[in-house]
Design a binder for this molecule. Structure first.
Ligand code: FAD
Length: 466
């Protein structure tokens, strides 16, 4: 495909790619921007499922938070009119742990654990707060430094090991940040209100009821979810605006080869609908489809030598229950941290989409599992739902649909994080002037949407002037 107009390609149409493509086009309408994705639709993890009788469900819970940076918030939240958003009353989460549904806090509540060792645990916790050591090589060390030895090894590490199916000493510190495990609940509300005065305590001990958190400690970044259920509608509105500005979207498309001359990408071999062709006049490439894929395209020999722990398989189970979900109170989500469970998180739609247009009790379950746990998975999930109290029996379910996602969840192991770092270093050693990498894990610790958007903006500002 020859064209005289210079094109910028954005590869991967998740939140990172969509924002980048939109921002580039908006900043300079003369740029010819092509957003490509290998799947048959855009949106990445912000896609929705649609079922004939039960309507819309999302790929797990994804609410959108302000970043506090106008250039991002105006794009990401400006896609819908103000009245089309529900503003969330904070980030209200719970945890199912030790057979108990905690609705007060997403952090593990030590007050529910019966043991005569507790005075020792609390002593070590307070000592850790005083000593404060931020130098941690792996997740286990981080937990010991942050909470003291007993809590780290007896309470926290086994939970991390259960979720990521890897020893805590082999997990990167990032694993702790992916779960609500950087704090614990240890004291009742009254003493805690005083203890909160110490920033060292506040950084590791949580208030037992998140709804009583004083305004001064709350994040000033508001959370939003569209009033109309389904992020798929949001993605469509986002991309309609992009197309209206003159942007291009190619689905079922991948980059097979990146051709470089004098440290500049000059052309790309693209496979679109199974047909390979060369695109000349490429002004730049913004990569938002994961570093390992880019590494395979740029340097297959180097990538082959790298070692990765296999990703966890990921599925979403969408259910409608006849049983009322009031047990979850106003919780938007619940982490399931008990050993042996494949449910990782429960998303309760009516609590973050209160304007849902019908009365169905809709829930999505995010599932993490290993390949050899695939057999009998549906029955296992049903039993876990009964244990957690989502339903009493199978007959309480009017709808149950297991959706296996093609992309797994990379495990935050030391081996994986180190291989991603090697890839990053290898790519930057190539000094390709018109390439930027955005999105999940484009940098160390980059995972949550707000951080991804902030990182992308920083890189795009420079990139738009190439
Ligand atoms: C189940 C789950 C729940 C999460 N919940 C939250 C949350 O509540 N809050 C939060 O902040 N973060 C959450 N995260 C993390 C956050 O969703 C992600 O970090 C963020 O959405 C990733 O955006 P992205 O654009 O980098 O990637 P993605 O959304 O994964 O998009 C990548 C896109 O690249 C495409 N692609 C892949 N390979 C190629 C290729 N070879 N060629 C072309 N295209 C390709 C894919 O089809 C996809 O569309 C969650 C993650 C998961 C897995």
């Amino acid at each position: 495909m020859n064209s005289t107009t210079e094109k910028i390609f954005v590869c991967g149409a998740g939140i990172a790619g969509m924002f980048s493509a939109y921002y580039l086009k908006k900043s300079n309408p003369n740029l010819d921007i092509v957003l490509i994705d290998k799947s048959d639709s855009v949106g990445g993890l912000l896609k929705s499922f649609q079922y004939e009788n039960y309507g819309i469900f999302d790929v797990g819970i994804h609410t959108l938070y302000q970043t506090g940076i106008d250039q991002i918030d105006e794009v990401v939240l400006g896609v819908l009119e103000q009245e089309e958003w529900s503003e969330l009353p904070g980030d209200i989460g719970g945890t199912y742990v030790n057979g108990i549904l905690q609705t007060g806090s997403p952090y593990i509540d030590l007050r529910n654990i019966e043991t005569n060792e507790k005075p020792i645990w609390l002593g070590e916790l307070l000592e850790a707060a005083v000593v404060e050591n931020d130098e941690s090589d792996n997740a286990l060390e981080y937990l010991v430094n942050h909470f003291g030895n007993s809590l780290a090894t007896k309470v926290m590490a086994p939970i991390l090991e259960k979720v990521f199916k890897t020893k805590a000493s082999e997990l990167n510190t990032m694993a702790v940040k992916l779960l609500p495990m950087n704090r614990i609940v240890a004291f009742d509300d009254l003493p805690m209100q005083d203890l909160m005065l110490s920033s060292k305590i506040r950084s590791r001990v949580a208030i037992p009821n998140q709804r009583n958190l004083k305004e001064e400690y709350k994040s000033n970044k508001k959370g939003f979810y569209p009033k109309k259920l389904g992020l798929g509608f949001y993605v469509k509105a986002f991309m309609d605006d992009f197309l209206k500005m003159g942007g291009h979207i190619w689905t079922n498309s991948q980059i097979a080869k990146i051709n470089i001359s004098s440290n500049e990408i000059c052309s790309l071999n693209v496979i679109k609908n199974n047909e390979e062709f060369t695109v000349e006049n490429v002004k730049g490439l913004c990569w938002g489809a994961g570093l390992p894929v880019l590494s395979w395209v740029l340097d297959p020999g180097f990538t082959k030598e790298l070692n990765f722990d296999p990703p966890l398989k990921n599925a979403i189970v969408n259910v409608v229950t006849s049983k009322n979900v009031d047990r979850f109170k106003d919780l938007q989500y619940v982490y399931v941290l008990d050993g042996g469970y494949s449910i990782f998180r429960v998303a309760i739609y009516k609590n973050y989409c209160p304007n849902m247009d019908n009365e169905l009790n809709k829930i999505s379950l995010e599932i993490l599992y290993l390949k050899d746990e695939e057999e009998g998975l549906e029955d296992k999930i049903l039993q876990e739902m009964i244990n957690i109290g989502i339903v009493d029996c199978k007959n309480d379910l009017s709808f149950f649909q297991l959706e296996k996602l093609t992309a797994g969840v990379p495990r935050p192991t030391q081996k994986n994080i180190s291989s991603i770092r090697d890839i990053r270093n290898n790519i930057s050693a190539k000094k390709i002037n018109n390439l930027i990498c955005v999105g999940s894990l484009a940098e160390d610790n980059l995972y949550f949407q707000s951080d991804i958007l902030k990182d992308a903006l920083k890189k795009l500002k420079h990139f738009a002037n190439i």
